[in-house]
Design a protein around this ligand. Structure first.
Ligand SMILES: [Zn+2]
Length: 322
């Protein structure tokens, strides 16, 4: 691969920006403007990951790995060099765009009563959760003009899947949650398909860097399940965005010693519980303890809280998990 492209890419992406975009936070700064924090590449209990923002280099005293942003992407996403470069190039183009879209949709939320009312119906009451998850609303028919005004060329916007071939917004009447390199949109209308993602990977587990230190983790299927649990004080919750885990999400669960509580939907066709059973077998095979939480009939964690369940009752479900 062309040396010049590689050098330009490294200049375009400061290592620290990339780390922070993947939820890494420094625990302390040391001499020379360098930073120490928990290592995102192995299970780390004391900060052993050193970042030099000036040199754009990292080194971990725990797993003894280090290098530049490309090396980091290789290790973090578990891909080969050329794939890491491709991911970073895509990230370069897509990240500023998705950041603007997220900000725009967040501004729309408070201006649309139907969106706020929908969040309330789904049990999201406190402003903290809206802030924490950076929830927005896509009313439709307005994104393209906004992005155009900010100078994003239409082909890039179209390629990201934000507008369709006719230039119409892809997300219409949807609550929008930013993910790592993607956006999840939940329709607030029954007439549209409920779930929508951009044509990119759904990424890793939701907010993984914030939960991976916990010895016990609750895994849920949906972001509305995540939201009510987080709101109820269960900050050790993460979400797989569906009951199928992609390879990266599964590896994340296996990257250290922990207990995973699978709080999947108790839907009538049994698909959530079947998926939970399968995942829990695979986790045990990797030496990770897993327990299945039996949700009351037909409920998911979101419905449980919306229908009056509280943190204490959910705690009892966790304690009863097998
Ligand atoms: Zn490490």
């Amino acid at each position: 691969m062309n040396r010049k492209i590689i050098d330009e890419l490294k200049q375009q992406i400061p290592l620290l920006d990339y780390l922070q975009a993947h939820d890494w936070q420094p625990a302390r700064s040391i001499r020379g403007g360098r930073l120490m924090g928990l290592c995102p590449l192995h299970t780390d209990h004391k900060p052993s990951f050193l970042v030099d923002p000036g040199q754009n280099l990292f080194y971990c005293y725990g797993c003894t790995r280090g290098g530049d942003v490309i090396r980091f992407a290789e290790l973090y996403h578990q891909v080969k060099f050329t794939q890491a470069v491709a991911l970073l190039r895509e990230w370069c183009g897509v990240t500023p765009l998705l950041e603007e879209v997220t900000n725009f949709y967040r501004m729309q939320l408070s201006q649309h009563r139907e969106a706020v009312a929908y969040l309330e119906r789904r049990g999201l009451h406190v402003p903290e959760i809206i802030e924490h998850m950076r929830i927005g609303y896509a009313p439709g028919r307005c994104l393209r003009a906004w992005l155009n005004q900010l100078g994003f060329p239409l082909p890039a916007v179209r390629q990201a899947g934000l507008v369709d071939a006719n230039g119409c917004d892809a997300y219409i009447h949807r609550i929008v949650f930013p993910l790592e390199g993607n956006l999840y949109g939940r329709s607030i209308q029954d007439s549209a398909p409920p779930h929508r993602f951009l044509p990119a990977s759904k990424g890793g587990l939701y907010a993984w860097e914030q939960v991976r230190r916990f010895p016990e983790i609750i895994l849920v299927e949906g972001l509305f399940d995540y939201a009510v649990l987080w709101q109820a004080g269960f900050h050790n919750v993460t979400c797989s965005l569906g009951n199928h885990l992609n390879a990266r999400q599964f590896l994340q669960l296996c990257d250290g010693a922990r207990t995973v509580y699978l709080a999947f939907d108790a839907d009538t066709d049994g698909s959530g519980q079947q998926a939970a059973q399968q995942i829990s077998r695979r986790l045990w095979a990797q030496g990770v303890s897993a327990r299945r939480v039996s949700m009351p009939d037909g409920q998911d964690p979101n419905g449980f809280f919306v229908q009056g369940g509280d943190a204490r009752q959910f705690q009892s479900l966790l304690e009863a998990a097998r």
